[in-house]
Design a protein around this ligand. Structure first.
Ligand code: GDP
Ligand code: IMO
Ligand code: MG
Length: 427
């Protein structure tokens, strides 16, 4: 049995898609377990770029089973478009299995995401406005619509009617915007139901059979540790559980089935959206990293906030997800910088603090404690073994590993599959 969970350790966009795609070669099943099309995972295969939002990155290999688990929220129009886009590029999508328990994003979720953000004004979260939060709200309020309901015309119609009555009232009376017409939403969504029907099944059964047969299962986290609803920088988080434990709930597998957890770390830090970010660089080094690394959102195109690597964040991710290995990505983006700073602790009101603060007021006021490390001039993107990396690059990686307390399993020096240095056997 081998089941590996890959998660983001920072605020997202660490390169989870690249690492999952790399590991997927050896996997039989690849599973998304939370989030929705707020995720944007870019995978580069033979120079061709694929941007995935809902489909697991394993879809790029023929013959893999790709599961969209119960913990994912699905915008049917988006997944259909993504499927068609893949098919047009000659990608075999027959291995896709969508959970009948996954919740469906409705048009009122997307509109609520917008009007609620406007209403928050200066306290806005900076969401992707894809309806993610409102859909999870309905799931928790026990009024959501699941895939199994969408496929049942009678059930769907009844639920839609009840939900629209409440949502239209909320949209009109509280936010002063137009609601939605029952007949047109119903018709639109019943059309999606027919397109998705062949893929929808009980994915818990698919996964338990795969595990029982000794198949290799790879779980693809979306978002990241500090965007986790419980463990992230609340309220500047997403509404799901990107940490490793989320894989159990969002896919319906027991913790005893998970063999390894890999945390993806970008060699520096980025964040999209609002919220505190202790190592943020609002200077020319931050601009240099953004431009050299093309740090603009895959999903929304927003410029990403950039900063130094924060080992406190990675250590915290190690704790909440029980990380066995780190996969360090984008090391090549740091090539040519004279000096690098690694955050190894925080000071608050002149005192060193040990834990990652729960209070955002505290997190916004901490002073990062930096270690300065010498950079390297060499082009690392062509290097294929750990020993050949510049000594200063190895020193930087080893310092991160020592401070975070997690062993390094992978170093990535470019978006391509071959630009991957393996230090540990993960599958
Ligand atoms: P994800 O959301 O965690 O999957 O990350 P994104 O796909 O949003 O952003 C990561 C970007 O970095 C993508 O464009 C990847 O193709 C790219 N990438 C991944 N690993 C590396 C790397 O080691 N070096 C470089 N230069 N790019 C990388
Ligand atoms: P991947 O999987 C980076 C951020 C949004 C916002 C917050 C809440 O590509 O790493 P939401 O729309 O989820 O309610 O927004 O979470 N966010 C991401 N940031 N990468 C992502 O996904 C993200 N998904 C959501 O910017 O701050
Ligand atoms: Mg992304």
């Amino acid at each position: 049995m081998s089941a590996v969970v890959v998660i983001g350790t920072q605020w997202g966009d660490e390169g989870k898609g690249k690492i999952v795609d790399y590991l997927a070669e050896k996997a039989d099943v690849v599973v998304r377990y939370q989030g929705g099309n707020n995720a944007g995972h870019t995978v580069v295969v033979n120079g061709n770029e694929f941007k995935l939002h809902l489909l697991p990155s394993g879809i790029l290999y023929p013959g893999k089973t790709c599961v969209v688990g119960n913990g994912v929220v699905i915008d049917p129009a988006v997944i259909i478009e993504e499927l068609k886009g893949m098919q047009a590029k000659g990608i075999d999508t027959s291995g896709l299995r969508i959970s009948n328990r996954a919740h469906v994003i409705m048009p009122y979720h997307r509109l609520l995401d917008e009007v609620e953000e406007d209403y928050r004004g200066e306290y806005k979260i900076g969401t992707t406005k894809r309806g993610i939060g409102p859909c999870y709200m309905d799931k928790n309020a026990r009024s959501g619509i699941r895939m199994v309901d969408l496929l049942d015309e009678e059930e769907f119609s009844a639920k839609l009617e009840r939900n629209l009555e409440a949502k239209n009232h909320l949209l009109q009376a509280v936010y002063g915007v137009e609601g939605f017409d029952y007949d047109s939403v119903r018709k639109e969504y019943l059309g999606y139901a027919e397109e998705l029907r062949p893929y929808v099944t009980d994915t818990v059964v698919v996964l338990s059979e795969a595990i029982a047969a000794g198949e290799k299962v790879l779980f693809e986290g979306a978002q990241a540790t500090l965007l986790d609803l419980d463990h992230g920088t609340y309220p500047y988080v997403t509404s799901s559980h990107p940490i490793a434990g989320g894989a159990c709930i969002g896919a319906g597998v027991g913790p005893s089935q998970i063999s390894k957890v890999v945390g993806v770390v970008k060699a520096y830090t980025t964040r999209v959206g609002e919220g505190p970010f202790p190592t943020e660089l609002q200077d020319e080094i931050g601009d240099h990293i953004r431009e050299r690394g093309h740090e603009y959102g895959t999903t929304t195109g927003r410029p990403r906030r950039c900063g130094w690597l924060d080992a406190c964040v990675v250590r915290y991710a190690g704790l909440v997800s029980g990380l066995n290995y780190l996969a360090i990505t984008r090391l090549d983006i740091l090539d040519g910088l004279k000096t690098l700073k690694l955050c190894v602790g925080y000071q608050y009101k002149g005192e060193r603090i040990k834990e990652f603060p729960a209070s955002l007021k505290v997190l916004a006021q901490v002073e990062p404690v930096y270690e300065e490390l010498p950079g390297w001039e060499e082009d690392t993107s062509k290097i294929r073994s750990y020993a050949e990396l510049p000594a200063n690059a190895r020193r930087y990686i080893e310092r991160l590993s020592a401070v975070s307390g997690v062993e390094v399993g992978i170093v990535s020096v470019g978006p391509g599959r071959d630009q991957t240095i393996i230090l540990a056997d993960l599958f």
